[in-house]
Design a protein. Structure first.
Length: 235
């Protein structure tokens, strides 16, 4: 293991430092996207005509290549982590907005009527009734957005060592060191799997009413061996 995690000096970072940068650049945009998606999705639920244009705009933004967005933003935010995180936050909206909208719309109307009858206003009803029921759909969208963000962070390697573990890809190809390439690929995959596992655990904690697995259903009582033997003797 000696020398496995030794990095070229031009990276100006350690392997753990790159891991921290990768997590920061991947998770902060997803969190920001969720904070934008929650109220925006509620508007789309209340104003149904607003949902198609919002979905269209987020889809168009997602279709814009990340490198083009980064190059455009350099003039405003420079070669910084912010330049990488802004496109990732915009890309997360194309997943998070439909996830929140679908989750909120899945709340039964009887449940909403009961909450209204209890005197809950629109905001309180959204926060205490609709969002908790929509948690499974929201977390499903978060899982997709998080894994996607983990992989897209590597694009930042093209603007001056702002790509987290993706910086190792550039150096690995520059210095012809496959070790650096494997450290980047395997490290990114492990971080994505761990992040997904954490979100699954969060879903299990927040949704105790959901089934945890499948149970084998018995087809019926099985006859006792003695009874079966007696029936065979009678035949």
């Amino acid at each position: 293991m000696n020398g496995l995690f030794d990095l070229p000096s031009d990276l100006q970072n350690t392997y753990l430092g790159l891991v921290g940068m990768h997590l920061r650049e991947a998770l902060i945009p997803v969190l920001a996207g969720l904070l934008v998606a929650l109220p925006l999705a509620q508007l789309c639920v209340r104003l149904r005509w607003l949902y198609p244009p919002v979905l269209g705009v987020t889809t168009v933004l997602y279709a814009v290549p990340s490198l083009a967005l980064i190059v455009f933003l350099i003039d405003y935010t420079g070669q910084s982590e912010t330049t990488v995180m802004i496109p990732l936050g915009l890309y997360s909206l194309v997943v998070l907005v439909p996830a929140v909208v679908d989750g909120v719309r899945s709340v039964p109307q009887d449940t909403l009527d009961a909450a209204t009858a209890m005197g809950l206003g629109p905001v309180r009803r959204y926060l205490t009734v609709q969002l908790p029921i929509a948690v499974p759909a929201i977390l499903a969208g978060l899982r997709v957005a998080t894994v996607s963000s983990m992989s897209l962070v590597s694009v930042g390697m093209l603007i001056g060592n702002q790509g987290g573990l993706g910086n190792l890809l550039n150096d690995g190809m520059t210095y012809q060191q496959p070790r650096l390439v494997w450290l980047s690929v395997i490290g990114t995959a492990v971080l994505a799997v761990l992040a997904d596992a954490v979100l699954v655990a969060v879903r299990l904690l927040l949704t105790p009413w959901m089934p945890r697995g499948t149970r084998t259903v018995s087809a019926g009582p099985r006859p006792e061996p003695a009874v079966s033997a007696a029936e065979e003797a009678a035949r």
